[in-house]
Design a protein around this ligand. Sequence first.
Ligand SMILES: Cc1cc2nc3c(=O)[nH]c(=O)nc-3n(C[C@H](O)[C@H](O)[C@H](O)COP(=O)(O)O)c2cc1C
Length: 269
Amino acid sequence: MERWRSSETHWLKAVKSVRGYFQHGGTEAGRKKGNAREQTNSSRGFHALPCACVPLGLILCTFVLAALVLSPVGGVAQELKPVRLPKPQMDIGRPLMQVLKDRSSARAFSPEKLPEQVLSNLLWAAFGVNRPDSGKRTAPSAVNWQETDIYVATADGLYVYDAREQQLNPVLRDDVRAQTGTQPFVKDAPVDLVYVSDLAKTGAASADRDMYVAADVGFIAENVYLFCASEGLAVVVRGSIDRPALAKAMRLRPDQRITLSQTVGYPKK
Ligand SMILES: Cc1cc2nc3c(=O)[nH]c(=O)nc-3n(C[C@H](O)[C@H](O)[C@H](O)COP(=O)(O)O)c2cc1C
């Protein structure tokens, strides 16, 4: 019994030493601080234990840290699998003039999930590839930059739409819906789309570039509005977003800009 407690103490000591190292900017002084704190704990009653346990603890720590640092997209996407979406249906939809008559914003959503077929149709309508020969899309984009990525926030996690493969690629296991906007309904709806403009795919910074990037998202958002009006779905495009907080939650690069978000779901009954 005493042996188990002993090895646990040494393992904790090793963890605290490494944690001190990172908490204090990765310096040797930081490691010493971690050790110093552990010394204090020892004097409060933790006992010194067999040296053989220290290397074991360090190896364990190294594995845990390596897994956190090396795994893709911030270290959390490992369990989320790509979702291959069903082929989008080209033979659905109401007449355009009736759809335009019904287009509107809604702010009350049922929590009911969208079937994969509906999600596939929605994303294809939004910004799918409609001319496979050229790779061009259902919405125009300035200079054909195609710089808008559609992130899909669901209860299961965060994905990014891959239009060429018609699939969802995993980004994070976290449910970030609540952070996609400042309004309470955003966490209730099954899907919050986040339009992220990848500035690495555009020309040099300029007022024109900013205008083009915003306009490109506008076309996609309108496609989504029209699809939703056709299919009886509730939808609202949103600019009221705490962008720095959301960018952090989504682990975006500095050259990825959150432009707008758009909530989609079934209307609340
Ligand atoms: C760029 C943009 C940003 C918007 N931001 C928000 C928002 O943050 N929250 C919201 O509830 N609606 C937002 N809306 C929706 C507008 O409020 C809505 O389109 C407007 O009231 C007209 O209503 P309608 O869409 O039903 O015609 C936004 C619309 C646009 C075009």
